[in-house]
Design a protein around this ligand. Structure first.
Ligand SMILES: [Zn+2]
Length: 182
């Protein structure tokens, strides 16, 4: 650990608090602490003597927080979810009489219906008659499946009251226009 901010005396090296971890989908940024590791799984940490938040890799966050369990478990969960996401379209989807594709995911029931050339996504909440309409229509069925997977994960996060973490969205990283700012 002798690169980047690890060499700067004014940056605290210990006593950081780990906030959350996020999967960027692929290696997209350089760890803000060592300024050398390219990272996909980003851990956010804050410190009383540092304004703002650092986005760092797993090894750095462990040294910074001296927490060798929390961030590692969180990253493991993100990795497992990434695997589940990648294989989601390949799972055994059922086909209804109307021609809709549907499948269960963590207690949620996902339905993809085709309207003309577009795929429409509906999600039935667990043990209810309530449906969420994911108001996004896409041409590509594979893409619709990915959106459905992400939507279920967001619904799960929302239902567990976990705040949705927004320091680095994929749109920020890719510098895409953020629809919320329009
Ligand atoms: Zn690092």
């Amino acid at each position: 650990m002798a690169t980047g901010k690890w060499r700067e005396l004014e940056v605290p090296h210990k006593g950081w608090r780990w906030i959350d971890s996020v999967d960027l989908g692929k290696e997209r940024m350089v760890c803000e602490m060592c300024e050398s590791a390219t990272i996909r799984y980003v851990h956010y940490a804050e410190h009383d003597n540092w304004s703002g938040i650092l986005a760092v890799g797993c090894i750095c966050v462990e040294y910074m927080t001296e927490d060798y369990v929390g961030p590692r478990c969180s990253e493991k969960r993100l990795r497992r979810n990434a695997g589940r996401r990648a294989s989601f379209p390949k799972r055994r989807w059922k086909r209804s009489k109307k021609g809709n594709s549907h499948i269960d995911l963590d207690g949620y029931h996902v339905v993809l219906s085709q309207r003309g050339a577009l795929w429409h996504i509906l999600i039935n909440l667990p043990n209810t008659a309530e449906w969420v309409d994911i108001e996004k229509e896409v041409m590509d069925k594979q893409e619709a499946m990915m959106i459905a997977f992400d939507s279920v994960m967001q619904l799960i996060a929302a239902s567990s009251q976990k705040p949705v973490f927004k320091f680095h969205t994929i749109a920020d990283i890719l510098s895409l226009p953020d629809s919320e700012n329009k």
